[in-house]
Design a binder for this molecule. Structure first.
Ligand code: NAP
Length: 286
């Protein structure tokens, strides 16, 4: 990588904290090399309270594009020159493109999840989807599903008012989605899943410190015709996905969303396709 950097090399980056674990530099640098682009992607630790300074530095340096991650995805909206319609509704930006000095914000998280879902052979158009969780990732996915044609969406969350806020946003911005919030309760979840096509876990249960935990405790909550997606990516097969596989459900882990949110950012910046098969092999060892 080093010997390719020249006076003409353009810079792309990631702003967030912590970012040491990020796969984005590997993904994008592999994309640049395979597309013969004179570009490089670097990750920068930017702690809370410093995003405006970091973005202004990127402006001065003429950085071509960058990703934004925790804890800056919401804060950055007011610093940018323009924000895409979806990112405005979601209320968060994860991708910024420098268009002749103008910084334009986008959100590829929800779209990346949807692309991964379609690639995994699932479908949500005109169907019922049940989502658990109401944090930042759930918000992006739920709103994108609603904008892109889900028929019915039920959001369960431990803290009900966070789910209600997402539902309110969906109702304010769409007219054909039957959307409602439910307090997390496994009996009610089982009822709601009976006629659902897809279940998505957007809680952090199943991450490294809770790999033996699942957001559901009983196999009876699921049924074999359900497509079960878990966006947690620390572990490729979470306890929830193991339970789902055991009863015959089709499943998807969080790597697809991670891959496709990056591939869509790459497309926004370069107009080119990220070599996703190569990235799966080289970066995700899939
Ligand atoms: P977040 O904003 O902190 O939200 C966390 C969510 O998990 C909230 O809904 C929270 O409920 C729920 N939760 C946490 N502990 C719980 C528990 N013990 N019981 C029930 N619910 C619990 O986090 P986020 O940014 O949305 O991320 C959520 C997960 O998605 C993380 O594992 C993250 O790594 C993963 N993620 C994956 C991708 C990808 O590309 N695959 C992208 C982004 C995030 P309350 O509201 O009640 O607290």
């Amino acid at each position: 990588m080093k010997e390719k950097i020249k006076g003409t090399t353009s810079l792309y980056g990631l702003l967030g904290y912590p970012i040491d674990h990020s796969k984005s530099p590997e993904m994008h640098n592999l994309g640049f090399v395979s597309q013969n682009l004179d570009s490089v992607y670097m990750a920068f630790n930017v702690v809370d309270g410093y995003i405006e300074e970091a973005v202004n530095a990127f402006r001065i340096l003429g950085v071509e594009g960058f990703n934004v991650t925790m804890p800056h995805k919401e804060e950055i909206l007011k610093i940018l020159d323009e924000v895409s319609e979806e990112a405005k509704i979601i209320g968060a930006v994860n991708t910024v493109k420098n268009e002749n000095g103008k910084l334009i914000g986008h959100n590829t998280d929800g779209k990346g999840f949807i692309q991964a879902l379609l690639e995994a052979g699932s479908d949500f158009y005109g169907k019922k989807v049940v989502l658990i969780g109401a944090g930042g990732a759930a918000r992006a996915i739920a709103i994108q599903l609603a904008l892109d044609g889900v028929d019915e969406l039920v959001i369960f969350n431990r803290t009900l008012d966070r789910a209600e806020k997402i539902i309110n946003t969906i109702n304010e911005n769409t007219s054909n989605v039957k959307a409602r919030a439910q307090k997390l309760n496994e009996k009610v979840l089982q009822q709601e899943l009976k006629d659902a096509a897809v279940l998505i876990n957007c809680t952090s249960i199943g991450m490294e410190n809770s790999t033996k935990s699942s957001i559901i405790s009983s196999y009876k909550t699921l049924h074999k015709d359900l497509f079960v997606a878990d966006i947690v990516y620390g572990s490729t097969r979470t306890k929830l996905l193991e339970m789902a596989n055991e009863i015959g459900c089709k499943t998807m882990n969080g790597l697809g969303m991670l891959l496709w949110q990056g591939a869509l950012a790459f497309k926004i910046w370069t107009g080119l396709d990220m070599p996703v098969e190569l990235v799966k092999k080289e970066v995700f060892n899939e």
